[in-house]
Design a protein around this ligand. Structure first.
Ligand code: PLP
Length: 486
């Protein structure tokens, strides 16, 4: 399998060659040159597989330059009941991402797929844990090392650190805005005592952290000398790892391949739902892929109008589903590439226009950049939006009616899923975090605390290890230099 850039760069690298990198050299994102197809016979055979074996079957189709026996060792090590601790009573822990019934109204069925039982209680662990093992495997083979440098507002940083802790050849330097994360999120990251994890709390906001990561990424000499890499959401291996649970959810919700299901996905950077799009392009019988946004509704606007209009930082709201407070969805270009029939010249022009004019228009209106809006339904996409009052209402409603507690992002998903569920097609809402991570809003909605999974009871009281620094690139670079020994 070779990979192409959405902006048409000539080289077609392999899976291993793009594993440790980010953007293609022309600023595009990588996608497979052709989507591998899944036959009905394969789907039938996959019904009986464990999560780890299903992950192997899917990974095999994309990572064709890694020996299958090695891939098997990696998926077996990653997808275990010990890593994804599904502690729900009466449920087999080995199921890893079980479906739960939310509600049934006639033949309208709403299901929840539990993706947040990994070490940091958010769906990002589903992919990041595999990435940690893949990185270690590849670096060991090349006898190389990598210094992962990133910025986080909460979930990505902790998922990356828990995936990379204790791995040889890897160090993590993670910037976060000082005193801006929830107490739970800070404690999760700062209580890690592993030698290869470095937390730096920046006196500023998330954008300041993000700008410093960009500044260092643009310093090519520094980047090369200190072997700087990233694990952000455009990483192709992360997307592939996410494809697996769409198959799993489908297979668990159906008994025959003639049946279809739909998914609603709480969306920010479009990474999660992009994996759903890829599963659908591989032939998985998905009816709708519904993107749920919060008040930061760039994606909802696009799927309703065909107009993509990114917002400035000053127009990006800080909401109670903060992991979706994103106004420039970094994986969206992957979908646009397919929507435009893989016309890299047009994709390149459209995303140049995002930089110069803040967006593009595919509505088909006179003077627009194209009329592909009318093809969106063919790809199954739909969308909806949920705001703070919707979130509170949904959390209260699910709790009162079913005794079910969901986090704020998942609540946005349930609100939007209810608007799109059709008769006879099960709608699966992806649960993107556990409520314990966003307890402040659970208290506001329910006047009670979210349950904490075992092992997290006293996390705020564990000793913490982090550096506080000004938003100063030179100071951060000096810190990296001092701790890499390079
Ligand atoms: C990251 C995240 C999202 C958004 O996922 P994308 O892949 O960026 O669209 C939604 N909910 C939670 C809890 C997250 O951590």
């Amino acid at each position: 399998m070779r990979y192409v850039s959405t902006r048409g760069h000539a080289a077609q690298p392999s899976f291993s060659e793009i594993l440790l990198g980010g953007l293609a050299p022309d600023g595009g994102l990588y996608l497979p040159a052709v989507y591998p197809q899944v036959s009905g016979a394969e789907l039938d055979a996959w019904r009986a597989l464990s999560y780890a074996d299903l992950a192997l079957e899917i990974l095999k189709k994309f990572a064709t330059d890694i020996p299958v026996a090695d891939l098997k060792a990696l998926t077996d090590k990653t997808y275990t009941a010990a890593v994804y601790r599904n502690t729900r009573a009466g449920e087999a822990a080995e199921r890893i991402t079980p479906l739960h019934l939310i509600e049934q109204d006639g033949d309208k069925t709403l299901l929840l797929q539990a993706l947040s039982n990994g070490p940091t209680l958010a769906f990002k662990d589903m992919a990041m844990q595999l990435l940690g093992n893949l990185f270690e495997y590849t670096l060991d083979k090349q006898q190389a090392e990598l210094n992962i440098f990133g910025a986080t507002s909460g979930d990505t940083g902790s998922a990356a650190e828990y995936a990379m802790r204790g791995k040889h050849g890897i160090r993590v330097f993670m910037l976060s805005p000082h005193l801006k994360m929830s107490a739970f999120q800070s404690a999760q990251m700062f209580s890690l005592q592993d030698d290869n994890i470095f937390n730096v709390a920046i006196k500023g906001v998330f954008d300041d952290c993000q700008d410093m990561v960009k500044a260092v990424s643009n310093d090519l000499a520094f980047k090369a000398r200190y072997k700087i890499g990233t694990v952000n959401s455009i990483n192709w291996a992360r997307v592939v790892a996410q494809v697996v649970y769409y198959f799993r959810g489908y297979l668990e919700a159906t008994t025959r391949n003639e049946q279809k299901v739909s998914f609603t996905v709480p969306s920010g950077n479009f990474g999660n739902i992009c994996a759903g799009h890829i599963a659908r392009m591989m032939g998985l019988p998905i009816d709708q892929l519904v993107a749920a946004t919060n008040e930061n509704d760039v994606l909802d606007e696009f799927f309703r109008t065909g107009i993509y209009r990114v917002r400035k930082s000053s127009e990006t709201y800080h909401t109670t589903s903060p992991s979706m407070d994103i106004s420039k969805a970094s994986n969206f270009e992957r979908f646009v590439f397919d929507l435009l029939d893989r016309d890299a010249v047009r994709v390149k022009a459209l995303f140049a226009k995002v930089d110069t004019e803040g967006g593009f228009d595919l509505s088909g209106a006179p003077g627009s950049d194209g009329d592909e809006f009318n093809k969106i339904a063919q790809f199954g996409f739909a969308s909806g939006r949920s705001c703070h009052t919707d979130r509170l209402a949904t959390i209260r409603d699910l709790h009162a009616r079913y005794g079910l507690m969901v986090d704020t992002h998942t609540a946005d998903g349930v609100k939007v899923a209810r608007e799109h569920v059709k008769s006879g097609v099960p709608m699966i809402v992806l649960e993107t975090a556990l409520p314990a991570k966003f307890n402040e809003t659970i208290r506001e909605a329910l006047d009670t605390d979210a349950a904490r999974p075992a092992g997290f009871e006293n996390i705020e009281f564990l000793p913490q290890r982090f550096e506080v620094m000004e938003a100063d690139v030179a100071q951060v670079q000096a810190f990296i230099v001092a701790h890499t020994g390079l």
